[in-house]
Design a protein around this ligand. Structure first.
Ligand code: FES
Length: 105
C-alpha cells in the first residue's frame, strides 16, 4: 500500500507499507521526519499527528473517540487532522497522501 507524505516545504516522500499496518508505522519504518510514534501506536502520544489530503478524506473514515480526545491537546488542529497510528492501511488506501504539520519539525 503506497503512502505519500508531504512535508511543510512541499517535499514528497513515497513509501510502501504492508496491508494491516498503519500510517505511523510506515512513517517510522521509512524514517519520515515529523512522525515519532512515541507511544507505539497506542493512541496516547499524538506525535503521529498528520492531516489527510482532501482527496482522501472520505476513504480514511472518522476519528475514534480516543483519537478525538488526543487531538484536543494539540494547537490548531485542522478538521482533516488524524493520528497516523489510527489509520490502518487497506488496499483502498493505496496512494494515500497525508501532510505533515510544521510544528512537528
Ligand atoms: Fe502515539 Fe499515534 S503513535 S498516538
Amino acid at each position: 500500500v503506497k503512502v505519500i507524505f508531504v512535508d511543510h516545504t512541499g517535499l514528497r516522500r513515497e513509501t510502501e507499507g504492508a496491508e494491516g499496518s498503519n500510517v505511523m508505522r510506515v512513517a517510522v519504518d521509512n524514517n519520515v521526519p515529523g512522525i515519532d510514534g512515541d507511544c507505539g501506536g497506542m493512541c496516547a502520544c499524538a506525535t503521529c499527528h498528520i492531516t489527510v489530503d482532501a482527496a482522501w478524506a472520505d476513504k480514511t473514515g472518522e476519528r475514534s473517540e480516543l483519537e478525538e480526545s488526543m487531538l484536543t491537546f494539540l494547537p490548531d488542529v485542522s478538521p482533516a487532522a488524524r493520528l497516523g497510528c489510527q489509520i490502518k492501511l487497506t488496499p483502498e488506501l493505496d496512494g494515500l497522501t497525508v501532510h505533515l504539520p510544521i510544528e512537528q519539525f
